[in-house]
Design a protein around this ligand. Structure first.
Ligand SMILES: [Zn+2]
Length: 460
């Protein structure tokens, strides 16, 4: 971890033009991971799934499930004992998935390699570090092919939105592309080969928003890929100042936070285009995204997703339910009936678009607050900060603007310098004016519905 962080620190002190060169070079590498060999094959395959009839599609999923269970039982240590009494032939319909036990996040965290296909050499696999939506750090092992397949599902979705993965975009997400101490534009960097303009989410204050808007007007990206709170902040400012954003872009794609109805309405009005919200996970085991009619659909050929009530039985339409995922993308580390920790309101599977994909009325998993900094910035998503740190759980609490409390549950490997490293990472996002108090606890209290809230704001 130390190496990556110090590379970042060097990056922040380079001149802007050199940062652009580095970001472009990194973009080339990312393109290779996403679109290199086998991507086009994968995209063709997943696109062709859309042409299957409803019966064919269900059969396809049952075949996939049977295959995955067989593979897990034969080659994955974690499942060997647990699937002892289970035979792949027992799976005749999707409902048979209930025969399988649930997988807890804790099991993945404690012994991730136990879930990896023993025929693979972990050293040669890609490792994805994630904190998920609940703040629990996890390591996910996968092959290069799995990442391409995963990206093929997202690219198929972009087609539905009306753009392609090759089109130009503006990204306003969690990555720190501009150091927090920078106090004049540009608050964006360019990834040349990806045609991606990365905007900072951490400088969206009234003082700088006019620069953001001018830059958007000059770039005119095919689509904007953003956190809801970030693109909403821009739309709100434009609305307050009678500045129309019409004609800037063809679509706004949001993810990673809950998109509220008032946010959607204002973004669509101000940008004069549709907002497409989607919900995925770094674990590559769920993909739920809005169609052109505004319904959230489960892309079930990417992952079979169940919605369970309190008794672990399928919930009915209109009910609040827990999301349980069986990923079909990452067969190297099969996550079968994985309790990802999010909730939805189940849909009635009726949508004008005619898709076979089941619907969700609403994703309620990630209702999070934000931290307000003394500079007036609202910082919404802090869970990426702890990626790779030896921390079991975390929560940020704020009662006054000048201070934020960080509650941490330490994990093995938490050393003397860890606290400083974490505080430094946080300061990059929250700025240097806020006081960061680290507090150690044994456990973080859950809010109603078992959800660990990442940010608790008690600001008046
Ligand atoms: Zn639809």
């Amino acid at each position: 971890m130390g190496k990556k962080k110090s590379l970042n620190n060097i990056y922040y002190h380079l001149p802007v033009w050199l940062q652009n060169v580095l970001i472009s070079a990194y973009g080339l590498y990312i393109n290779q991971i996403r679109h290199g060999k086998k991507f086009h094959q994968a995209l063709e395959k997943v696109e062709s799934n859309l042409a299957l009839s409803s019966v064919e599609f269900d059969q396809y999923l049952v075949d996939q499930l049977r295959d995955l269970v067989g593979l897990a039982k034969a080659h994955v240590p974690y499942y060997r004992e647990r699937f002892k009494e289970i035979e792949p032939q027992q799976f005749q319909t999707l409902a048979d998935i209930e025969k399988l036990p649930l997988l807890e996040k804790q099991s993945i965290r404690e012994n991730p390699l136990d879930l990896v296909d023993e025929r693979e050499d972990p050293e040669k696999l890609h490792v994805i570090h994630t904190t998920g939506t609940t703040g629990t750090p996890l390591n996910i092992y996968c092959t290069a092919e799995a990442r391409k397949l995963n990206y093929a599902f997202f690219s198929r979705y972009l087609h539905q939105v009306g753009v392609t993965y090759k089109d130009s975009r503006v990204t306003i997400g969690g990555r720190i592309v501009v150091p927090s101490w920078q106090e004049r534009p540009p608050f964006w960097r360019n990834s040349y080969f990806q045609k991606n303009h990365l905007f900072s989410s951490y400088h969206l204050s009234d003082k700088w928003l006019p620069f953001y808007i001018d830059q958007l007007k000059s770039i005119k990206p095919s689509y904007i890929d953003a956190y809801p709170s970030s693109v909403y902040t821009i739309a709100k400012y434009a609305d307050d100042h009678d500045n129309s954003l019409s004609g800037i872009t063809e679509a706004v794609v949001t993810s990673a936070e809950t998109l509220y109805e008032n946010q959607r309405a204002l973004i669509e009005k101000q940008f004069d285009c549709r907002v497409y919200d989607q919900y995925g996970a770094a674990e590559m085991c769920v993909f739920i995204a809005q169609c052109e009619h505004g319904s959230y659909h489960v892309h079930s050929d990417c992952a079979i997703v169940e919605f369970l009530d309190e008794n672990a039985k399928p919930a009915a339409a209109g009910e609040e339910a827990e999301v349980v995922c069986t990923g079909l993308v990452n067969r190297t580390m099969p996550l079968i009936r994985y309790r990802i920790g999010d909730k939805v309101v189940v849909g009635d599977n009726n949508c004008k678009c005619g898709s076979h994909f089941p619907t969700v009325e609403r994703v309620i998993g990630r209702c999070d607050d934000y931290i307000l900094t003394p500079e007036g910035n609202k910082i919404g998503r802090l869970s990426p900060v702890l990626k790779g740190f030896p921390v079991k759980e975390a929560q940020y609490r704020q009662s006054i603007v000048e201070e934020v409390d960080v509650l941490l549950v330490k994990d093995v490997g938490y050393g003397e310098t860890t606290e400083n490293e974490i505080v430094n990472e946080l300061a990059k996002r929250l700025g240097n004016k806020i006081i960061i108090n680290v507090k150690y606890v044994d456990k973080i209290e859950r809010s109603k519905g078992m959800k660990l809230k990442s940010i608790v704001s008690n600001l008046k």
